[in-house]
Design a protein around this ligand. Sequence first.
Ligand code: NAP
Length: 278
Amino acid sequence: MGEIINVIDLAKSIKGQIAEFVSQRANNGEIIPKIASIVVGEDGGSIFYINSQEKVANSLGILFEKILLKESTTEENLINEIISLNNNEKIHGIILQLPLPKHIDEKKVISYISPDKDIDCLTYINQGKLYAGHKKFIPCTPNSVVTILDSLNINLQGKEVVVVGRSNIVGKPVAVLMLERNCTVTVCHSKTKDLQSVCQRADILILAIGIPNYIDSSYVKEEAIVIDVGTSSLNGKITGDVLIDDVIGKVSYMTKVPGGVGSLTTTLLMKNVCEALK
Ligand code: NAP
């Protein structure tokens, strides 16, 4: 029987380190990290995320400014807001909640975020640095995947890693981070032939597909480590890509959904703002 990785405890331990860093700075009279997080419009997901970011920031002593702009905000107004945050020395990290309303050019607006404050790693400059091996910030979801794997304290070198999903926000950066750990990485997608047999090769199988319960034990090698990034809604429940009950008997370790990869992302965003300040 495999072990479900306790990501909640891992997040608690990293939160403890961040809180210690912030309180030491406060005690020494040094600057405390501050995040500005922007939401444009009423997107329910974005409002949920900004509220949970605020809660986590407050619990760690990190300063947090919520910037709620109307749905009708113009592209120019939003860009001016970002420029003003770039120039504000008291702000160390900027988060822009996506998606933006349709009348705003997302790529154009993102290009105005200062790479030094781009703690969510949205800008092409920071993404380029990540791919070139000179990263400034690691995007939170891929960072969560590798932080979970690193926490297992196993030697990752030479491991066969299969990543299913090739999106810019998950699959591709995860593949690069696993390459950095000297793994042998295969990236699969919807056009991959015989996905099942490719997945069966994996010592570490990372799923970022978005189809609930798609991966059953027939995709998984004995004693593999399975990391489930997927979060889909199924019958009103957040559900991962992996059929947990079927797979758990075959793996050494796996994450569950909810309570897995997503439980660590906001914490790592907070860690990034501390890095920005350093
Ligand atoms: P995405 O942009 O839709 O990418 C999905 C990827 O899965 C694509 O590369 C797609 O292939 C591939 N795919 C789709 N059907 C497939 C199939 N039948 N066989 C093999 N590959 C298939 O999604 P995303 O933004 O990367 O997110 C993936 C999942 O992670 C979603 O459930 C999302 O909600 C979740 N997520 C979770 C967190 C978190 O914090 N836990 C954060 C971000 C995302 P093609 O490229 O060929 O289309």
